[in-house]
Every structure is written in structure tokens, then in C-alpha cells.
Design a protein. Structure first.
Length: 358
């Protein structure tokens, strides 16, 4: 009887074990651990090659214009300088100013790092891109925007002031050169030089390949332009605001060739563009009526160099130097004897009576 009970226990135990083994074999395997996907890579800093070329073309023109010398010796020198000064098309020139401003802003490491923090989060990145395209002023909220703005104001505003100063020297030369007889000679082919100025004004300036390479490396952080940033408080002028916006879009990876049309629209500023257009119109009117050489010098100094330099300086937020007040001659009779003493009645009354003939 005891043996039978033991057998039943063994059989029962074996059955339970077999049931457990069968249940274990028939149950599904445990689910695999969840796959953690890596976040998408941060897009690289991207700035269209055409934007960089425009920046280089702008920088090259400003350098050449600032180097125009007022020491003219003949009419050929004047015409050569007119060609240098007239050689920009206002719309592409404005785009070039903003493009160069963007390259300058990308030289500020604090500004770039702040924008790149947003670029690491896809949703925030796209939201910021949309905000900047709809309102360029959004770019000024990033840390380091004030020092990036300082770079733009100092460099582009400073270049504008240099061109303006060169224009003042050339304008003064229009008066000084009249002591030379050749300056009073009539300009040959006046219609031709006016047509040439209009053609140059309708042709976008070209960039130099060596300078393009430098700016391209600078925009990507490959090298610096050797600039010292300073904090410039808001509010900012249009060239600064739009330059910061394009730089922020580049740091967000949204300023490549596929975004070029939107970048062009963002770079346009009515006030600065209108200022440049008015400079051109005033130049055409000046050349149309100018006859002697010294009048062409005046057109060059005032309506090319001074007007263009002022447009760029103001658009970047640089202050033009104050104009020296004109000192008008004061008639001695008014200064000494009072107003009205120069009238006909006063003069007649002041005459001594004629001596009677004896």
C-alpha cells in the first residue's frame, strides 16, 4: 500500500513537471526591448554659394569705391572713376549688403552656438525657420545677436562711411580743380558716357574667386576674418536685421540653394533700396546736364560716392559725420548799422549833399 502511494506521488510529480515544460514551450517568447531611435543629426551650417558671391561682389565694390582718388589730372581719369563708381545694380547690391552682413554675423561664435541649440530639435528648428521668414526680427532673440550686430555695424557701416568720405574729397576736388584750365573743357561723347553709366547700373557686379573662397570658409567656421566683436544694443537698422536673419537661417541649415528665392525676398528692404535707386536717378540727371570736366567730378563725388555711402551707412546703423555749417557773408552795413541800413532810402539819406558851385 505504501509503495502504491509512493508511485502515485511520483507519477503526479512527473505529470506536473511535464505540464510545466509543455506550457513553457507553448508560451510566446518575451517581447524584445524597445528600439531607441537616435535623434536626427543636426543639419550643417548652409549658405548658398550665390549668396556668398553677392557678399564678395558687394565687398569688392565698397573697397574700390572708397579708393577713388580726388587727384584728377585729366578727363580720362574722371571717366575711369565714373565707371568704377557706377558699376552696381541696386537690387543685387542690396542683396549683397545683406549677404555680407550674414557672413559677418556667422563670425560670432556665441550667436552661432545659440542658434545651433535650436537646430538640434527638429520641431523647434522648423518653427524658428518659419518665424524668421515671416519676421526677420526673430533672429535678434538669440544670445550673441548684439555682438553679431556690432560686427555688421562696424564693418558694413564703416565701409559706407569710407565711401562717403571719399565722395566728400572728390566733391571738393570739383571746386579745387577749376584752377586748372583743362577742367573747364567740355566732356567728349556726353551721351555715350551717360549710356555707359546706365548700362553699368543695370549689371550686377561680379565677385572675385579668391575672395569668394575666403568668405565661404568664414561662413562655415573654417577660418575667421580677424574681426573683434562688440555688443551693439537694439534697435537695429534693416541691413543688420536682415543680415542676422540670413545668418540664423544658415546656422539652422535653411539658407542653401533650395531656399535662395526666400532668402532674396527676405534681403529686400524698401528704404535702403529706394535710397540706392534715388542715387542712381540723381546721377543720371547730373550727367545729362554736365558739360565741363569739373561738373562730372561733382556728379561722381555727390551722387555716386556720397549718396551710395550714405545709403549703406544709414542702412547698417552707422552715423554720418555732421555737415559743417555754411558760413554766409554778412554785409557790414547790417552788422554795424542794423537791419534796413542797406536799403535804397538809407543809402540816399546817408549821402552827403553836393557842394554848391560858387
Amino acid at each position: 500500500m505504501r509503495s502504491f502511494s509512493r508511485t502515485r506521488v511520483v507519477v503526479a510529480t512527473t505529470a506536473v513537471a511535464l505540464t510545466a515544460i509543455i506550457a513553457a514551450c507553448s508560451s510566446p517568447p518575451p517581447p524584445p526591448p524597445p528600439v531607441v531611435q537616435a535623434p536626427p543629426p543636426v543639419p550643417p551650417i548652409t549658405l548658398s554659394a550665390q549668396v556668398i558671391e553677392r557678399a564678395s561682389a558687394f565687398r569688392g565694390y565698397m573697397s574700390r569705391a572708397a579708393a577713388v582718388s580726388p587727384t584728377f589730372q585729366n578727363g580720362d581719369q574722371i571717366q575711369a572713376s565714373l565707371k568704377v563708381g557706377a558699376a552696381y545694380e541696386p537690387k543685387s547690391f542690396m542683396n549683397g549688403a545683406v549677404a555680407y552682413a550674414a557672413v559677418l554675423a556667422l563670425q560670432d561664435p556665441t550667436f552661432v552656438a545659440s542658434v545651433r541649440e535650436v537646430a538640434a530639435h527638429p520641431a523647434q528648428r522648423q518653427e524658428m525657420i518659419n518665424n524668421i521668414f515671416s519676421n526677420p526680427s526673430y533672429a535678434a532673440v538669440f544670445k550673441g545677436a548684439d555682438s553679431a550686430a556690432g560686427l555688421i555695424i562696424d564693418q558694413i557701416g564703416g565701409d559706407g562711411l569710407k565711401v562717403y568720405a571719399a565722395g566728400k574729397a572728390v566733391k571738393q576736388a570739383a571746386y579745387d580743380v577749376q584752377h586748372s584750365s583743362w577742367s573747364k573743357g567740355v566732356v567728349s561723347d556726353r551721351d555715350g558716357r551717360l549710356a555707359a553709366a546706365k548700362t553699368l547700373s543695370a549689371t550686377p557686379a561680379l565677385a572675385e574667386s579668391a575672395d569668394v573662397a575666403v568668405l565661404q570658409q568664414a561662413s562655415l567656421g573654417g577660418q575667421t576674418l580677424g574681426l573683434t566683436p562688440r555688443a551693439a544694443p537694439a534697435p537695429y537698422q534693416p541691413v543688420v536685421i536682415r543680415g542676422l536673419a540670413v545668418a540664423a537661417l544658415a546656422a539652422l541649415g535653411a539658407a542653401g540653394d533650395n531656399n535662395l528665392a526666400s532668402i532674396d525676398a527676405l534681403s529686400a528692404d524698401w528704404a535702403t533700396g529706394n535710397c540706392l535707386n534715388m542715387a542712381k536717378l540723381n546721377l543720371y540727371q547730373c550727367l545729362a546736364v554736365s558739360k565741363p570736366h569739373y561738373e562730372d567730378i561733382f556728379c561722381l563725388g555727390q551722387h555716386i560716392l556720397m549718396d551710395t555711402g550714405a545709403c549703406i551707412a544709414k542702412g547698417a546703423g552707422a552715423n554720418l559725420p555732421p555737415e559743417a555749417p555754411r558760413v554766409l557773408p554778412v554785409k557790414e552795413s547790417i552788422a554795424v548799422r542794423g537791419a534796413g541800413s542797406n536799403s535804397r532810402k538809407a543809402k540816399t539819406g546817408g549821402k552827403k549833399p553836393a557842394a554848391k558851385k560858387s
